[in-house]
Design a protein around this ligand. Structure first.
Ligand code: PAF
Length: 291
C-alpha cells in the first residue's frame, strides 16, 4: 500500500532497546517494517532505497553504522566519511521513521566471537580481492535483521554481489525477510553514486567515468551480437587502462551464481572493480537489458 511522503524528522536512536521498543510499537499498530542498512554518507542512491521502503512499508528504519569488520586492515575504515547530522537531515524529506546509529561498542561487545561465513558466490570478485569483507557484511546485516526484524530489506544493485549474497543468506538461514534490490543511481554523466566518490580529485572524477563507459561499451557490443566474453573483457580493460585506472577485476558472470561466462548467450552481469588513485570503485551492468 502506498504511504504518503512525510516531512517530519526521523527519530534518531543509538540504543538497541529503544530501537526494539519503537519497532514493537509500529508492529502493534499493524505496520509492516522496512529496513535500509547503510554506512551513512548518504547520497541519492541511499535515498532511493528509503523511498522504495516508504512506498512498500508502514514503518521505515534506516541504520547508519560504519561496520569495522567489513574493512580490510589497509582499507579506508578510518577515513570513511561520517556525516550523521547531514544524513538525518536528508532522510527527513523521505518519510523515514527511525534512524538507528549505534556505536561500535554497542554492535560489537568486547567478547564478540560469532561471524557469518558465506561460501560459493562470496568467494569470487569482491570476495577474492577483499578477503573477510563479506564475513563482515553478512555478520552485521544478520545482526541488524535480528534487531529490527524487518519484513523487507532494501539493498542497492551497485553492490551487486552484496545484494545477491543477502538474498542467499536470507534463503539459507530461513529468515522471513524479503530482500529488495533497487536500481543503481548514476550521475548525469554515468558515474554510479558512491559514498567514496567524495575522495576523488577533479582529475580522478573525470577518469573514473571510464568505469561506466566501458560497461556501456560491453552492453553495446552484446547488442551488436558479440558473444565472446574474452574479447569483450579485453575491450573493457583497454578502456580502463587508457584512463590509467588500476584494475582489480573485469568480469562477465552469471548473475545468480557469479560463475564466469564464456559466451554471452544468457543473462550476464558485467562487473568491475578498479582503483582511481587511492579510491577503489565498483560498478556493474546487466548485459542484454536496457536499464
Ligand atoms: O552497503 C553498505 O553500505 C554496507 O555494506 C551495509 C550493507 C550497510 C553493511 O554494513
Amino acid at each position: 500500500m502506498k504511504a504518503p511522503a512525510r516531512e517530519s524528522s526521523p527519530l534518531l536512536v543509538t540504543d538497541s532497546d529503544a530501537l526494539r521498543k519503537q519497532v514493537a510499537r509500529a508492529r502493534r499498530d499493524g505496520k509492516s517494517i522496512g529496513l535500509v542498512p547503510t554506512m551513512g554518507a548518504l547520497h541519492a542512491g541511499h535515498l532511493s532505497l528509503a523511498d522504495a521502503a516508504r512506498r512498500d512499508c508502514g514503518f521505515v528504519v534506516v541504520t547508519i553504522f560504519v561496520n569495522p569488520t567489513q574493512f580490510g586492515p589497509h582499507e579506508d575504515f578510518a577515513r570513511y566519511p561520517r556525516t550523521l547530522e547531514a544524513d538525518a537531515q536528508l532522510l527527513a524529506g523521505h518519510g523515514v521513521d527511525l534512524i538507528y546509529a549505534p556505536s561500535t561498542e554497542a554492535m560489537y561487545r568486547a567478547q564478540h566471537a560469532t561471524y557469518v561465513m558465506m561460501e560459493g558466490p562470496a568467494l569470487v570478485l569482491e570476495g577474492e580481492f577483499r578477503p573477510g569483507h563479506f564475513r563482515g557484511v553478512a555478520t552485521i546485516v544478520l545482526k541488524l535483521f535480528n534487531l529490527v526484524q524487518p519484513d523487507r530489506a532494501y539493498f542497492g544493485r551497485k553492490d551487486f554481489q552484496q545484494a545477491l549474497l543477502m538474498r542467499h543468506m536470507v534463503a539459507d538461514l530461513n529468515l522471513p525477510i524479503h530482500v529488495e534490490i533497487c536500481p543503481i543511481v548514476r550521475e548525469a554523466d554515468g558515474l554510479a553514486l558512491s559514498s567514496r566518490n567524495v575522495y576523488l580529485s577533479p582529475d580522478e572524477r573525470r577518469r573514473a567515468l571510464a568505469i561506466s563507459q566501458c560497461l556501456r561499451l560491453a552492453r553495446q557490443l552484446v547488442a551488436e551480437g558479440k558473444t565472446d566474453a574474452r574479447a569483450i573483457v579485453a575491450r573493457m580493460r583497454a578502456m580502463l587502462d587508457a584512463a590509467s585506472l588500476q584494475i582489480d577485476y573485469v568480469a562477465l558472470a552469471d548473475p545468480n551464481t557469479l560463475a564466469p561466462i564464456e559466451q554471452v548467450t544468457q543473462p550476464t552481469v558485467a562487473a568491475i572493480a578498479a582503483r582511481v588513485g587511492a579510491t577503489r570503485l565498483i560498478d556493474n551492468m546487466m548485459l542484454g537489458e536496457t536499464d
